[in-house]
Design a protein around this ligand. Structure first.
Ligand SMILES: [Zn+2]
Ligand SMILES: [Zn+2]
Length: 328
Protein backbone atom coordinates (compact mmCIF):
# COMPACT_ATOMS: atom_id res chain seq x y z
CA UNK A 1 0.00 0.00 0.00
CA UNK A 2 1.15 3.52 -0.72
CA UNK A 3 2.03 5.68 2.24
CA UNK A 4 1.18 9.22 1.18
CA UNK A 5 1.23 12.04 3.66
CA UNK A 6 -2.05 12.28 5.49
CA UNK A 7 -3.91 15.54 6.01
CA UNK A 8 -5.01 14.14 9.33
CA UNK A 9 -1.50 13.33 10.53
CA UNK A 10 -0.42 16.87 9.64
CA UNK A 11 -3.30 18.05 11.82
CA UNK A 12 -3.93 20.71 9.20
CA UNK A 13 -7.67 20.77 8.92
CA UNK A 14 -10.20 20.18 11.68
CA UNK A 15 -13.69 19.24 10.58
CA UNK A 16 -16.28 21.85 9.74
CA UNK A 17 -19.05 19.27 9.12
CA UNK A 18 -19.40 15.47 9.34
CA UNK A 19 -22.24 13.04 8.66
CA UNK A 20 -22.97 9.30 9.16
CA UNK A 21 -21.95 6.88 6.36
CA UNK A 22 -24.78 4.53 5.32
CA UNK A 23 -24.27 1.79 2.68
CA UNK A 24 -27.01 0.49 0.41
CA UNK A 25 -28.94 -2.29 2.28
CA UNK A 26 -29.12 -4.27 -1.02
CA UNK A 27 -26.58 -6.85 0.19
CA UNK A 28 -27.47 -6.92 3.91
CA UNK A 29 -27.73 -10.32 5.56
CA UNK A 30 -30.29 -11.26 6.79
CA UNK A 31 -32.11 -9.43 3.97
CA UNK A 32 -34.09 -6.27 4.79
CA UNK A 33 -36.54 -6.12 1.85
CA UNK A 34 -38.50 -3.03 2.96
CA UNK A 35 -35.40 -0.93 3.66
CA UNK A 36 -33.86 -2.15 0.39
CA UNK A 37 -36.91 -1.12 -1.68
CA UNK A 38 -37.07 2.29 0.03
CA UNK A 39 -33.33 2.84 -0.42
CA UNK A 40 -33.26 1.78 -4.09
CA UNK A 41 -36.34 3.89 -4.84
CA UNK A 42 -34.77 6.93 -3.20
CA UNK A 43 -31.76 6.60 -5.47
CA UNK A 44 -34.05 6.79 -8.52
CA UNK A 45 -37.49 8.20 -7.75
CA UNK A 46 -36.37 11.34 -5.93
CA UNK A 47 -34.32 13.93 -7.81
CA UNK A 48 -31.03 12.11 -7.89
CA UNK A 49 -27.84 12.04 -9.86
CA UNK A 50 -28.83 8.69 -11.40
CA UNK A 51 -32.11 10.09 -12.66
CA UNK A 52 -30.38 13.14 -14.10
CA UNK A 53 -27.86 10.90 -15.88
CA UNK A 54 -30.66 8.79 -17.40
CA UNK A 55 -32.29 12.01 -18.65
CA UNK A 56 -29.00 13.24 -20.10
CA UNK A 57 -28.25 9.85 -21.70
CA UNK A 58 -31.71 9.75 -23.28
CA UNK A 59 -31.25 13.31 -24.61
CA UNK A 60 -27.80 12.53 -26.08
CA UNK A 61 -29.16 9.33 -27.61
CA UNK A 62 -32.07 11.19 -29.26
CA UNK A 63 -29.95 14.08 -30.54
CA UNK A 64 -26.62 12.47 -31.41
CA UNK A 65 -26.95 8.68 -31.72
CA UNK A 66 -29.62 8.53 -34.46
CA UNK A 67 -27.59 9.12 -37.61
CA UNK A 68 -24.28 7.28 -37.23
CA UNK A 69 -23.27 7.39 -40.90
CA UNK A 70 -20.41 9.79 -40.05
CA UNK A 71 -19.08 7.25 -37.51
CA UNK A 72 -18.61 4.34 -39.94
CA UNK A 73 -15.11 5.62 -40.63
CA UNK A 74 -13.20 7.62 -38.03
CA UNK A 75 -12.85 11.28 -39.02
CA UNK A 76 -12.31 14.67 -37.40
CA UNK A 77 -15.76 15.73 -38.60
CA UNK A 78 -17.31 12.80 -36.72
CA UNK A 79 -15.25 13.09 -33.53
CA UNK A 80 -15.16 16.86 -33.03
CA UNK A 81 -18.89 17.26 -32.15
CA UNK A 82 -18.52 14.48 -29.53
CA UNK A 83 -15.47 16.17 -27.99
CA UNK A 84 -17.18 19.58 -27.93
CA UNK A 85 -20.35 18.12 -26.40
CA UNK A 86 -18.42 16.37 -23.62
CA UNK A 87 -16.34 19.50 -23.06
CA UNK A 88 -19.56 21.51 -22.72
CA UNK A 89 -21.03 18.99 -20.22
CA UNK A 90 -17.88 18.99 -18.10
CA UNK A 91 -17.42 22.76 -18.19
CA UNK A 92 -21.08 23.37 -17.36
CA UNK A 93 -21.36 20.92 -14.45
CA UNK A 94 -17.91 21.37 -12.86
CA UNK A 95 -17.82 25.09 -13.66
CA UNK A 96 -21.39 25.57 -12.43
CA UNK A 97 -20.74 23.74 -9.14
CA UNK A 98 -17.49 25.65 -8.61
CA UNK A 99 -19.29 28.92 -9.28
CA UNK A 100 -22.06 27.98 -6.83
CA UNK A 101 -19.88 26.71 -3.97
CA UNK A 102 -16.60 28.62 -4.27
CA UNK A 103 -17.04 31.77 -6.37
CA UNK A 104 -20.49 32.91 -5.23
CA UNK A 105 -20.20 30.93 -1.95
CA UNK A 106 -23.95 30.44 -2.27
CA UNK A 107 -24.02 27.85 0.52
CA UNK A 108 -21.37 29.52 2.67
CA UNK A 109 -19.78 26.88 4.88
CA UNK A 110 -23.07 25.09 5.48
CA UNK A 111 -22.51 21.30 5.16
CA UNK A 112 -18.87 21.87 4.10
CA UNK A 113 -16.45 19.25 5.48
CA UNK A 114 -13.27 21.31 5.38
CA UNK A 115 -13.40 24.75 6.99
CA UNK A 116 -11.07 26.28 4.38
CA UNK A 117 -12.75 28.51 1.76
CA UNK A 118 -9.92 28.92 -0.73
CA UNK A 119 -8.16 26.29 -2.81
CA UNK A 120 -4.38 25.99 -2.76
CA UNK A 121 -2.07 28.25 -4.71
CA UNK A 122 1.15 26.32 -4.36
CA UNK A 123 3.97 24.87 -6.44
CA UNK A 124 2.62 21.33 -6.20
CA UNK A 125 -0.07 22.30 -8.75
CA UNK A 126 0.40 23.28 -12.41
CA UNK A 127 0.13 27.06 -12.87
CA UNK A 128 0.65 27.22 -9.05
CA UNK A 129 -3.14 27.17 -8.82
CA UNK A 130 -5.19 24.13 -7.74
CA UNK A 131 -8.39 25.13 -9.55
CA UNK A 132 -6.66 25.87 -12.88
CA UNK A 133 -4.61 22.67 -12.54
CA UNK A 134 -7.71 20.56 -11.82
CA UNK A 135 -9.69 22.17 -14.69
CA UNK A 136 -6.72 21.58 -17.03
CA UNK A 137 -6.53 17.81 -16.34
CA UNK A 138 -10.32 17.42 -16.46
CA UNK A 139 -10.83 19.30 -19.72
CA UNK A 140 -7.79 17.97 -21.60
CA UNK A 141 -6.96 14.36 -20.71
CA UNK A 142 -10.33 13.67 -19.02
CA UNK A 143 -12.64 14.87 -21.80
CA UNK A 144 -10.30 13.46 -24.49
CA UNK A 145 -10.33 9.94 -22.99
CA UNK A 146 -14.09 10.09 -22.49
CA UNK A 147 -14.44 11.15 -26.16
CA UNK A 148 -12.03 8.43 -27.31
CA UNK A 149 -14.06 5.69 -25.61
CA UNK A 150 -17.37 7.13 -26.81
CA UNK A 151 -16.01 7.40 -30.37
CA UNK A 152 -14.84 3.78 -30.30
CA UNK A 153 -18.26 2.68 -29.04
CA UNK A 154 -20.13 4.66 -31.73
CA UNK A 155 -17.73 3.38 -34.39
CA UNK A 156 -18.51 -0.18 -33.20
CA UNK A 157 -22.24 0.61 -33.17
CA UNK A 158 -22.18 2.14 -36.68
CA UNK A 159 -20.37 -0.91 -38.05
CA UNK A 160 -22.46 -3.53 -36.23
CA UNK A 161 -19.58 -4.67 -33.99
CA UNK A 162 -21.30 -3.85 -30.68
CA UNK A 163 -24.03 -6.21 -29.41
CA UNK A 164 -27.24 -4.24 -28.84
CA UNK A 165 -31.00 -4.66 -28.38
CA UNK A 166 -33.94 -2.27 -28.54
CA UNK A 167 -36.25 -1.30 -25.69
CA UNK A 168 -39.15 -2.95 -27.53
CA UNK A 169 -37.24 -6.24 -27.90
CA UNK A 170 -36.15 -6.57 -24.27
CA UNK A 171 -37.86 -4.05 -21.93
CA UNK A 172 -37.00 -6.08 -18.81
CA UNK A 173 -33.30 -6.34 -19.74
CA UNK A 174 -33.33 -2.60 -20.49
CA UNK A 175 -34.63 -1.84 -16.97
CA UNK A 176 -32.27 -4.35 -15.37
CA UNK A 177 -29.27 -2.70 -17.02
CA UNK A 178 -30.39 0.72 -15.73
CA UNK A 179 -30.74 -0.61 -12.16
CA UNK A 180 -27.46 -2.52 -12.32
CA UNK A 181 -25.30 0.20 -13.86
CA UNK A 182 -24.55 1.96 -10.54
CA UNK A 183 -23.57 -1.46 -9.08
CA UNK A 184 -21.30 -2.17 -12.10
CA UNK A 185 -19.75 1.32 -11.98
CA UNK A 186 -19.16 1.00 -8.24
CA UNK A 187 -17.49 -2.43 -8.54
CA UNK A 188 -15.27 -1.37 -11.44
CA UNK A 189 -14.26 1.77 -9.56
CA UNK A 190 -13.34 -0.22 -6.44
CA UNK A 191 -11.23 -2.63 -8.49
CA UNK A 192 -9.23 -0.07 -10.47
CA UNK A 193 -8.91 2.19 -7.43
CA UNK A 194 -7.29 -0.62 -5.40
CA UNK A 195 -4.94 -1.15 -8.33
CA UNK A 196 -4.08 2.56 -8.41
CA UNK A 197 -3.01 2.40 -4.76
CA UNK A 198 -0.38 -0.25 -5.61
CA UNK A 199 2.77 1.79 -4.76
CA UNK A 200 4.37 1.94 -8.26
CA UNK A 201 1.07 3.05 -9.82
CA UNK A 202 0.28 5.36 -6.92
CA UNK A 203 3.58 7.20 -7.21
CA UNK A 204 3.56 7.55 -10.99
CA UNK A 205 -0.16 7.96 -11.66
CA UNK A 206 -2.70 8.27 -8.83
CA UNK A 207 -0.67 10.73 -6.75
CA UNK A 208 -1.75 13.46 -9.19
CA UNK A 209 -5.39 13.06 -8.08
CA UNK A 210 -4.42 12.85 -4.39
CA UNK A 211 -2.62 16.19 -4.37
CA UNK A 212 -6.17 17.40 -3.75
CA UNK A 213 -6.94 17.20 -0.05
CA UNK A 214 -9.19 20.26 0.10
CA UNK A 215 -11.24 19.10 -2.86
CA UNK A 216 -13.59 20.97 -5.19
CA UNK A 217 -15.78 20.05 -8.21
CA UNK A 218 -12.87 20.36 -10.66
CA UNK A 219 -10.85 17.84 -8.58
CA UNK A 220 -13.21 14.99 -9.56
CA UNK A 221 -11.84 14.18 -13.01
CA UNK A 222 -8.44 15.74 -12.35
CA UNK A 223 -6.44 12.57 -12.99
CA UNK A 224 -3.33 11.34 -14.76
CA UNK A 225 -4.06 10.20 -18.38
CA UNK A 226 -3.35 6.56 -17.42
CA UNK A 227 -5.91 6.86 -14.62
CA UNK A 228 -8.43 8.26 -17.11
CA UNK A 229 -7.83 5.27 -19.39
CA UNK A 230 -8.40 2.84 -16.50
CA UNK A 231 -11.21 4.72 -14.79
CA UNK A 232 -13.36 5.09 -17.92
CA UNK A 233 -12.59 1.58 -19.27
CA UNK A 234 -15.75 0.05 -17.74
CA UNK A 235 -17.62 1.08 -20.90
CA UNK A 236 -15.93 -1.83 -22.74
CA UNK A 237 -18.45 -4.08 -20.97
CA UNK A 238 -20.95 -2.92 -23.61
CA UNK A 239 -18.71 -4.48 -26.28
CA UNK A 240 -19.20 -7.87 -24.59
CA UNK A 241 -22.69 -7.93 -23.03
CA UNK A 242 -25.63 -6.80 -25.21
CA UNK A 243 -27.10 -3.50 -24.05
CA UNK A 244 -28.95 -0.46 -25.42
CA UNK A 245 -26.85 2.56 -26.59
CA UNK A 246 -28.54 4.60 -23.83
CA UNK A 247 -26.82 2.31 -21.29
CA UNK A 248 -23.36 2.94 -22.77
CA UNK A 249 -24.10 6.66 -22.87
CA UNK A 250 -25.28 6.61 -19.22
CA UNK A 251 -22.14 4.65 -18.29
CA UNK A 252 -19.80 7.28 -19.77
CA UNK A 253 -21.84 10.27 -18.57
CA UNK A 254 -21.96 8.85 -15.04
CA UNK A 255 -18.25 8.06 -14.99
CA UNK A 256 -17.35 11.41 -16.58
CA UNK A 257 -19.54 13.79 -14.64
CA UNK A 258 -20.40 12.19 -11.28
CA UNK A 259 -16.87 12.79 -9.86
CA UNK A 260 -17.50 16.55 -10.07
CA UNK A 261 -20.48 16.06 -7.74
CA UNK A 262 -18.56 13.65 -5.55
CA UNK A 263 -15.75 16.14 -4.98
CA UNK A 264 -17.66 19.29 -4.06
CA UNK A 265 -16.43 18.99 -0.48
CA UNK A 266 -19.99 19.63 0.72
CA UNK A 267 -22.38 17.02 2.10
CA UNK A 268 -25.32 18.23 0.03
CA UNK A 269 -26.20 20.76 -2.63
CA UNK A 270 -29.10 22.75 -1.23
CA UNK A 271 -31.12 25.35 -3.12
CA UNK A 272 -34.28 26.17 -1.19
CA UNK A 273 -36.10 22.82 -0.85
CA UNK A 274 -34.13 21.20 -3.71
CA UNK A 275 -31.19 19.11 -2.51
CA UNK A 276 -28.89 16.37 -3.81
CA UNK A 277 -26.43 14.33 -1.76
CA UNK A 278 -22.78 14.45 -2.79
CA UNK A 279 -20.13 11.99 -1.55
CA UNK A 280 -18.90 12.07 2.06
CA UNK A 281 -17.59 8.54 1.64
CA UNK A 282 -15.07 9.55 -1.05
CA UNK A 283 -14.20 12.74 0.81
CA UNK A 284 -12.97 10.47 3.63
CA UNK A 285 -10.72 8.73 1.08
CA UNK A 286 -9.07 12.06 0.25
CA UNK A 287 -8.62 12.81 3.94
CA UNK A 288 -7.33 9.40 5.10
CA UNK A 289 -6.08 7.88 1.78
CA UNK A 290 -5.96 4.14 2.58
CA UNK A 291 -9.71 3.53 2.96
CA UNK A 292 -13.04 3.86 1.11
CA UNK A 293 -11.78 2.87 -2.34
CA UNK A 294 -15.30 2.28 -3.66
CA UNK A 295 -18.61 4.00 -3.00
CA UNK A 296 -21.90 3.33 -1.23
CA UNK A 297 -23.53 1.43 -4.12
CA UNK A 298 -21.50 -1.70 -3.28
CA UNK A 299 -20.20 -2.84 0.15
CA UNK A 300 -16.71 -3.82 -1.10
CA UNK A 301 -14.95 -1.67 1.50
CA UNK A 302 -16.92 -3.39 4.26
CA UNK A 303 -16.10 -6.83 2.87
CA UNK A 304 -12.38 -6.14 2.48
CA UNK A 305 -11.93 -4.24 5.76
CA UNK A 306 -11.12 -0.86 4.21
CA UNK A 307 -14.27 0.93 5.35
CA UNK A 308 -13.91 4.26 7.21
CA UNK A 309 -16.87 6.26 8.50
CA UNK A 310 -14.84 9.22 9.78
CA UNK A 311 -14.98 8.09 13.43
CA UNK A 312 -12.02 7.67 15.80
CA UNK A 313 -12.73 3.91 15.87
CA UNK A 314 -12.35 3.70 12.09
CA UNK A 315 -9.17 5.77 12.28
CA UNK A 316 -7.69 3.38 14.86
CA UNK A 317 -8.74 0.35 12.79
CA UNK A 318 -7.11 1.82 9.69
CA UNK A 319 -3.90 2.56 11.63
CA UNK A 320 -3.76 -1.04 12.90
CA UNK A 321 -4.36 -2.41 9.38
CA UNK A 322 -1.57 -0.27 7.89
CA UNK A 323 0.87 -1.24 10.68
CA UNK A 324 0.06 -4.91 9.98
CA UNK A 325 0.68 -4.42 6.25
CA UNK A 326 4.06 -2.74 6.88
CA UNK A 327 5.19 -5.76 8.96
CA UNK A 328 4.61 -8.14 6.02
ZN1 LIG B 1 -7.15 7.00 -4.18
ZN1 LIG C 1 -11.17 11.61 -5.57
Amino acid sequence: MAQPNSAESEGATPWNHTTPVIFTPLFDWPPRPLETIISLSKRWVTVSRNLLFVGMAWMVHELAFQDLSSMQALSVAGVLPIFLRNLLFMATVAGGLHLFFFTLKAQGKRLKYDPRSEHEKSRKFSFHNQVWDNAFWSLTSGVTTWTLYETLYLWGLANGNVPTFTLREHPFAFLLWILMLPVILSSHFYLIHRLLHWPPLYKSVHRLHHRNIHIGPWSGLSMHPIEHLLYLSGVFLHWVIPSHPIHACFHLLHAGISPTWGHTGFNRIQVNKFEIDTNYFHYLHHRYFECNYGNLDMPWDHLFGTFHDGSQESKKRMGARLREQRKR
